[in-house]
Design a protein around this ligand. Sequence first.
Ligand SMILES: *[C@@H]1O[C@H](CO)[C@@H](O)[C@H](O)[C@H]1NC(C)=O
Ligand SMILES: *[C@@H]1O[C@H](CO)[C@@H](O)[C@H](O)[C@H]1NC(C)=O
Ligand SMILES: *[C@@H]1O[C@H](CO)[C@@H](O)[C@H](O)[C@H]1NC(C)=O
Length: 344
Amino acid sequence: RAVVAQLLLVVLQLAGSYGAGTTAALPVVINTWAFRKATETAWRVLQLGGSELDAVEKGCGQCEIDQCDGSVGYGGSPDESGETTLDAMIMDGNTMEVGAVADLRRVKNAIGVARKVIEHTKHTLLVGESASLFAVRMGFPYEDLTTPKSLSMYSKWLNQSCQPNYWKNVVPDSSKSCGPYKRLEKVICEKWTISQRNVHNHDTIGMVVIGGNGTVASGTSTNGGVHKIPGRVGDSPIAGAGSYADSTAGGAAATGDGDIMMRFLPSYQAVEYMRMGMDPTVACQKVISRIQKYVPEFFGAVICANTTGSYGAACNKIPGFTQFHFMVYNPLLSQAAEQVVDCI
Ligand SMILES: *[C@@H]1O[C@H](CO)[C@@H](O)[C@H](O)[C@H]1NC(C)=O
Ligand SMILES: *[C@@H]1O[C@H](CO)[C@@H](O)[C@H](O)[C@H]1NC(C)=O
Ligand SMILES: *[C@@H]1O[C@H](CO)[C@@H](O)[C@H](O)[C@H]1NC(C)=O
């Protein structure tokens, strides 16, 4: 009997370590893409006694410093005028407070400014040059976000007749030439083709942190789509779209084609599914399949975690994007672990 029990224990332990990726434990840090340093930074903040909000702020802030994949932070995704602008949000799932900035210019630490919107204003979202003035008043340095890399991306784009771009129904023909454009009198309803997009141009960091007592916080940070029309704001700074946190249900964050995804509030929807008791992976899959019904070829992924520390992710399968990588850290893992999910 003792031998059998021992064997059983070994088998259970093996199963446990093999299935560690899906084993729930608190606290948990989960973030989009293989942005490992962001996960490690958030985890360290928790270990040092910081709050879940602190962990999200510093974790996403790490990506702003590291310019993760060139699509978070300064020096990436120049818009049509060559400028890098930032979008970020942070959400407190205990109080349901949200702080966000969009089209932030000349300030690097976008999620830090978003946190100040919660702490020092009664507002939720500040935008553009006015958000920059607010940031400066809050003590953030005002600096150029342009780098040699973003400048060269911009000049290359100008040299290739401003392709790709986000215009339609304009003259001159935006699929062949640069602007300035004027509107076409006759608006043609055309289907948006996938060839215009590059799946590597939308690698937003989205993070969910759930503390030991089930407190949920979430956040995002991005420099948006490359060659976007100035003034464009994506899903990332929008509560319920880029991320959502509710300590009575869970947290979720999205990445991908923000112009499409923000129409479906995928993070809000995923949290609502988890509130209904749905498994986090299934909740993530359900929001992806809902968008799929309207836009089969959209590029996007969602991460989900519930208040007992179960987590999951889902992505939409398109050519060139069949698997989604994300990061997880919880007490059952000896280090930040990269996980992969097959797209549906
Ligand atoms: C959980 O901890 C946070 C601090 O991280 C605190 O603000 C919150 O009130 C606690 N919630 C409960 C239910 O104890
Ligand atoms: C601009 O594009 C042409 C080809 O269309 C190429 O020969 C030239 O090197 C490019 N210049 C720069 C600065 O990229
Ligand atoms: C979280 O998800 C797991 C796995 O589906 C489930 O067993 C658990 O009950 C969920 N927690 C809550 C609070 O719903």
